[in-house]
Design a protein around this ligand. Sequence first.
Ligand SMILES: O=C(O)c1cc(=O)[nH]c(=O)n1[C@@H]1O[C@H](COP(=O)(O)O)[C@@H](O)[C@H]1O
Length: 278
Amino acid sequence: MESFGARLHRAVRERGPLCVGIDPHPALLARWGLTDDVDGLDRFARTVVDALGDRVAVVKPQSAFFERFGSHGVAVLESTIRQLRDRGSLVLLDVKRGDIGSTVHAYASAYLEPSSPMYVDAVTASPFLGVGSLTPMFELAAEHGGGVFVLALTSNPEGATVQRATTADGRTVAQAVIDEIAQLNAGAEPLGSIGAVIGATVGETGCDLSAINGPLLAPGLGAQGATAADLRVVFGTNLSAVLPSYSREVLGAGPDAEALRAAADRAVADCRAALAMS
Ligand SMILES: O=C(O)c1cc(=O)[nH]c(=O)n1[C@@H]1O[C@H](COP(=O)(O)O)[C@@H](O)[C@H]1O
């Protein structure tokens, strides 16, 4: 299987630099006239898939909003993943997993093993048990053309205390995470498969991103207050692999499919301009 980095690179070239999250908040279900139950969840997810699955490069279902409804919600998530694959968008499952290595192995099987019912193109992962503890995910991703997005500087204000803290060798925690990702991506062309998550809200990172050679997922746009113009502040000259991510800002335009598509098109246009891509 072609690597995730190569598949993402092509998807962004063909469809534009945009990831749209499927985050069915109770307030959004209500705004869409849907019930706050499994049926509402299913209709919400299907509507997003039908409107955007053949249009945006990456779709990022947020697992928590599906898990909220127990096994029936997880069944909707599995079905949503399959529908997205059929429509051609890459599926990034937002689960932010992290644990000791032997347990990470099980998470890796759950999401990155092609025979799994939850098999996706990529997952989000938390490095705060040590980036090395995520090795089973990196290995399975490499074996099956998957990707892993590792949290580095998250979009929430509480993240900085931990992520900008200084390690024993003088680097920030975020820089140490970025450096380990860079090692994993070294030599990959056109792009490595291990990404970093850096919120569009974080301002200047103080990090050197020049060697990372992997995708930079940028959530925090729209509902959390960041705009496409902020991407330049955060990423400086390292704009080529930035993958801007919106959830509520785009989803708020639904449930009308045309309105959802128009919101996604606006987001792509804003991001293209900010990232200076034609
Ligand atoms: O990994 C993520 O996607 C993520 C990382 C981060 O630093 N901040 C962040 O907001 N997210 C996720 O991105 C989505 C943001 O949603 P909106 O604020 O509605 O665009 C949510 O699903 C968050 O869980």
